[in-house]
Design a protein around this ligand. Sequence first.
Ligand SMILES: N[C@@H](CCC(=O)N[C@@H](CS)C(=O)NCC(=O)O)C(=O)O
Length: 336
Amino acid sequence: MGVEMGLLIDGKWHDSWYDTSKTGGEFIRSESRFRNWITPDGRPGPSGTGGFSAESDRYHLYVSLACPWAHRTLIYRQIKGLAEHVSVSVVHPDMLSEGWSFGREYPGATGDSLFGLPYLRDVYTRDTADFTGRVTVPVLWDKATGRIVSNESSEIIRMFDSAFAAMTGDSARLRPPALVDEIDAVNERLYPNLNNGVYRAGFATRQAAYDDAVADVFEVLDWMEDRLSRQRYLAGAQITEADWRAFTTLIRFDPVYFSHFKCSRNRLADMPNLLGYTRELYQYPGVAGTVDFDHIRRHYFYSHETINPSRIVPVAPLMDWSAPHGRESLEADSAA
Ligand SMILES: N[C@@H](CCC(=O)N[C@@H](CS)C(=O)NCC(=O)O)C(=O)O
């Protein structure tokens, strides 16, 4: 039985795998529930309530090193100079009948360094005792108020991009106002077809749902491969949010999604521009340390019993992420 992942209903834990029976075999991801924003002075952000001002040592990130959405927030914490200001706990890579856990019996799993709680769901019920919904990573926790600020990675990275600038002195933006439209256009293409597309392919339980999803995955990869033959980054000549959102899926592609999620038309390694591009991002200062292929591979192959009942973790493909990426040849001004 595929009873590997559950949810909270009125604060009580229930086992239940994603139910694809009502959606024609399609996997549909739920919306995140906590949508407050850290801002420089605590004024409310685009959603939620205010009171979350940017301060050193006030916020804590709960992440899985396996999860591509959590991975975005970990990358921003590094590259935006927040490592000394925002603390982190790392869950165990196995997500089984109890959901994400703070078990420490796996290298790199830290346990819950704030409260010593056994499960991630206990962090959710610490905020809202009768919480109903999925228990997902990442979670951004406020140590001052004892509340969850946000569990939506796309918004956490935007807070990290700009809210702490006065503290870090890093005022460069990964979402510069002049590129917002271009970044959003790329994101709108990549989120459904690539980031979530690989999950739609992997969790599909009907041939037609899989066929649609895997076609979308490779259509967008072909589009990216072509675009990256002409410009260095997805939104043009400068690295932006769009690139980091793409990266966490691309780095998992050959090690996991190609086989586990049946995204098997070709490997990332067969697409030279995408391979060089992914290598360049991997080699960006601070980023390699956020990529943990053991957690990544163990999580997917071991946790998804419906897809891989034997829980055998297959041999890793040979890949050299540190090889020269060759992307300098794309002149900085070749893109527009
Ligand atoms: N929209 C969320 C998605 C996060 C998400 O789906 N995380 C997965 C791990 S990769 C998770 O925790 N799933 C547990 C569940 O759905 O029960 C975000 O981007 O932050």
